[in-house]
Write a new protein. Structure first.
Length: 460
């Protein structure tokens, strides 16, 4: 099977790509060649991307606000640092498993119900974490917290695939995933400040409030984008969970104006089923995709091994306090955020360059037929120089830690690592979404599963 050919639902032959048994149009023009790929205006797309990126911010935020408070939590609960590190590992495992459920749910029922369920679980877990006083409760609730917030990784990619063509997907994916990459920058600072001045419980109350505000705004204003539910956005959703309050008000106004007549365009009634988290494993079983997933997993495991151990490393080598440890995460997070935004624009530029070189006409309005386009070249070309620099910075960081070099050396190397390795990771993630136009959330779930399990199995 060619890497360059986008795969149907669970990868039937490439010549069947572009249609789906479950009804959604693929990236390749399907029944109506004149239809726009997405009816949303640029302003609406920007709002949807912003909310998607903000939703993706919560999982890394939850993971990283926790890290500076580990020493104080261990003292408060009277447990060893190694037991506290188990809560970090457990968070990673459930962060990897959860998207396999949410990804399939989002691909069959829509993005909105998946987001709503995710944040309800997340808020409940944070309330429990803020009020617990024992290690077993902390461990279980951290798993639940991760199960709630972890699904946003898969949902994030699905939303971007819904509203953007491959020619413009780089910049939208970069903007949406900048929230994911800001977590490592903002999380440790917030966690350090809150733990230092208000105590570790304030971290979880803060996350509860932020999650609640996001859930309300999402329920009120964010439309359903799943192409199997609303097509290119022109088909009114029928299920109540797929309609935002603004959608509902618009529907009622339209009903009054037409005397209660049904809308002219309606999605055929679809049979829903319980989400199958094992669908992500089918993607992992594809040889070409397995190579991409393994590559991303190695990058992420290297990255997370550094961030998870950075707080203890800085404390032991330089004897700094919790707030100062949090500030030391800034270079890493800023490098990652800059990388993912810049790489998105570079990916779109490279897509256009490869298209010109192959005499391919790019259509940003209706989408491109990727069966006739070398998508793997467009995404992978720019990765080679980046991975060498990122690997060199990782080796340099290990050397600096071993030789107890000046703290500035270590912080500069974390910035370089984040800048280059994040671009490598994001490029391959973008390729995965391109290869699975009809199930982008499930493809992202497979990516998330492999990377988190490898990171969880890395050195403590």
């Amino acid at each position: 099977m060619s890497v360059g050919a986008p795969k149907e639902e669970m990868a039937p032959p490439p010549d069947k790509c572009g249609s789906s048994d479950e009804g959604g149009p693929a990236e390749s023009p399907a029944a109506d060649l004149d239809a726009l790929y997405s009816i949303y205006t640029p302003r609406q797309k920007h709002f949807i991307v912003f909310m998607s990126g903000l939703g993706g911010f919560f999982s890394p935020l939850s993971a990283n606000t926790y890290l500076p408070s580990i020493p104080s939590l261990a003292s408060s609960l009277d447990v060893s640092p190694s037991l506290m590190n188990l809560t970090v590992t457990a968070f990673l495992i459930f962060q990897g498993l959860a998207p396999s459920f949410y990804g399939d749910l989002a691909d069959i029922a829509g993005r909105r119900p998946a987001y709503l369920i995710s944040f309800i679980i997340y808020i409940a877990a944070n309330i429990g974490l803020a009020t617990q006083s024992s290690y077993p409760a902390l461990f279980i609730l951290r798993c639940l917290q991760s199960s709630g917030s972890g699904g946003t990784y898969a949902l994030n990619s699905g939303v971007i695939a819904d509203i953007s063509t491959t020619a413009e997907r780089g910049k939208y994916m970069g903007a949406a995933q900048s929230g994911i990459m800001l977590g490592p920058a903002v999380g440790p600072i917030l966690g350090g400040v809150l733990a230092q001045y208000l105590g570790w419980r304030s971290i979880f109350w803060f996350l509860t409030i932020c999650g609640g505000v996001y859930l309300v705004v999402f329920a009120v204003a964010v439309p359903e984008t799943a192409r199997k539910v609303v097509g290119n956005g022109s088909i009114p959703p029928t299920a109540w969970w797929s309609r935002s309050l603004l959608n509902e008000f618009a529907r009622r106004r339209a009903a009054r104006a037409t005397g209660g007549a049904a809308p002219s365009k309606q999605q055929p009634r679809r049979s829903l089923r319980f989400p199958n988290p094992l669908k992500a494993l089918l993607i992992i079983g594809e040889k070409d995709c397995a190579v991409i997933l393994l590559y991303n997993a190695i990058i992420y495991a290297s990255w997370y091994t550094v961030t998870a151990n950075l707080s203890n490393l800085l404390s032991e080598l330089y004897h700094i306090n919790t707030l100062q440890i949090g500030l030391c995460y800034i270079p890493f997070g800023v490098g990652a955020a800059l990388s993912i935004v810049a790489n998105g624009h570079i990916q779109d530029w490279n897509y256009a360059r490869v298209a010109r070189a192959n005499g391919f006409q790019v259509d940003k309005k209706r989408g491109d037929d990727l069966r006739k386009f070398p998508i793997e070249k467009a995404r992978i070309n720019i990765v080679w120089p980046l991975i060498y620099v990122g690997a060199a910075a990782t080796i340099g960081f290990g050397w600096a830690a071993d030789k107890q070099a000046h703290m500035a050396v270590m912080l500069v190397l974390t910035f370089v690592m984040a800048l280059f390795l994040t671009a490598c990771y994001n490029s391959m993630n973008l390729l995965l979404v391109d290869l699975y136009p009809n199930s982008p959330s499930t493809a992202s779930a497979a990516n998330n599963l492999t990377r988190c399990l490898m990171a969880a199995g890395g050195p403590p």
